[in-house]
Design a protein around this ligand. Structure first.
Ligand code: GUN
Length: 282
């Protein structure tokens, strides 16, 4: 079977071109969309993510405000910073890069963000709305996946979707989005028995477990759509997904590459939501 590559890099570039025009229209009205970034500590992966997000923001004309804090910063100091960003009229979106250092209560920090500035869509109010199919700001990775599937005309209504992983950032919000798209949804996780039997039934499999090449080609039925959210280094130091590409390619109908699949879509959605918040301020 010829596997079609779900090209997130290409689609994200198209989206970013449209976003540039929207930024220009905002600029004409005297508004510069602004994303405040909060990075606590020195997690190397977070530093790379933030660098990529800032670079992409600059390209489309979204201003970023850096708030880099040492790992020793207290929970209350982080929350005070968030309150000041909530009250700053020039800030449209607030992003707190996760994970936060040990000892910081992530839930308390996320709940301090004004829901209307929560570009990551992690605030319980935004998650709740998403599950009621009244979402406004949605988590960027699952949102990017929905855009990518739509671009390739992959229908979800009535389809069997299996989500592997139940993280707050990907798996859990993905459940809501797939239900809202009328898919029949199964969620699997580290306690699931007979994972392969379940994934082999799926029309669409979304894998977000953070384990290098965790699923091989025999986990999928022919014609499946495979979305790989993973970004891992294998033993040889090569960047690989949660799905083993070599045994899966040519076996399924559609597949995201790593890199160049889901990752760039996450960033495009972050910028899109920042601009949407700025547009609502007019
Ligand atoms: N850490 C891993 N992914 C994400 C994300 O999408 N947003 C934030 N804020 N932190 C993350």
């Amino acid at each position: 079977m010829v596997t079609t590559k779900l090209d997130g890099k290409k689609l994200s570039n198209e989206i970013k071109e449209e976003l540039k025009e929207r930024v220009q229209r905002l600029q004409d009205k005297g508004i510069t969309p602004c994303l405040a970034v909060v990075l606590v500590g020195d997690d190397p992966a977070s530093q790379v993510y933030i660098r990529n997000k800032k670079r992409a923001a600059q390209k489309v004309g979204v201003k970023t405000l850096d708030n880099v804090l040492p790992a020793s910063t207290s929970e209350n100091e982080i929350i005070d910073l968030i309150y000041s960003l909530n009250n700053d009229p020039q800030v449209h979106g607030i992003l707190v890069q996760l994970p936060l250092p040990q000892g910081i209560n992530e839930d308390r920090v996320i709940q301090a963000i004004l829901p209307s500035k929560d570009v990551d869509g992690f605030h319980p109010q935004n998650i709740g709305k998403l599950f009621m199919n009244k979402g406004e700001l949605a988590p960027c990775t699952p949102n990017g996946i929905m855009h990518l599937l739509a671009k390739y005309n992959i229908q979800l209504d009535g389809k069997r979707v299996v989500i592997v992983g139940r993280s707050k950032i990907v798996g859990m919000p993905m459940i809501a989005m797939m239900l809202n798209a009328n898919a029949t949804v199964t969620v699997t996780h580290s306690h699931t028995h007979n994972l392969k039997e379940i994934t082999r039934e799926a029309d669409v499999v979304i894998v977000a477990v953070g384990k290098a090449e965790f699923l091989t080609g025999d986990y999928f039925k022919p014609n499946a759509v495979v979305i790989d959210v993973g970004m891992n280094r294998n033993e040889a130091g090569k960047l690989v997904g949660d799905v083993e590409a070599a045994s899966t390619a040519d076996k399924v109908a559609f597949m995201t590459p790593v890199p160049g699949g889901v990752g760039p879509m996450t960033i495009a959605m972050l910028l899109k939501q920042t601009i949407e918040i700025a547009e609502r301020s007019i």
